[in-house]
Design a protein around this ligand. Sequence first.
Ligand SMILES: [Zn+2]
Length: 228
Amino acid sequence: MIWAGAIAGVAAAAWAVRGRSSQVFAPSVWHGDRSGRQVALTFDDGPSERTPELLELLERFGAKATFFVCGQNAERLPGVLEAVARAGHEIGNHTWSHPWMDFTSKAAMRDEIGRTQKIVETLTGKAPRLFRAPYGVRWIGLGEVQREYGLMGVMWTSIGLDWKLPADKIAGRLLRGTRSGDILCLHDGRTLAANPDITPTVAATGEVLQTLRARDFTFCAVSAMLER
Ligand SMILES: [Zn+2]
């Protein structure tokens, strides 16, 4: 019984930290308005050298998306970040250096998030309004830091696991039972790696765009979806 209780306690704590609907440490959303026919594509860990391929693909489908960027990648590739913003996509905050934030102090979280707010605002003229926690990990004090910067947390409805699966498997995960209001998570970078291979991501994104358009979906940024 003691073990059963301990295991249940560990499971509850894990859900609090990483569960997509958990609000324990900070407010967050994992889907938007279910009426209408819209989905929100999101890309994390950019900008990367390969991000322009996704911009081209999104433009071909008239799709707007949300890019949750790491400040350190933006510092390395400022021109790519500017191109993402210029194309009309939304920029969200994904911390400066993509740390695991469990057992992290509030001061460290404030530094990670604040530096990223600043570089995005400097490069694009607009500070992010959305935050996605690396690995989906939220922690004590994050809610307060989000409030300080006016950030809403964004988890996801479905995640492609595109850093490890082939394109057909990624697309299959995201296209299974897709509903209006879904927030789909992909990656245009691989944490802080330079020149990451995102070939499966690009291929899967093309398939998702094509299939969902054929099902009459349109593609909007997360903020636009939340405003509905
Ligand atoms: Zn990430």
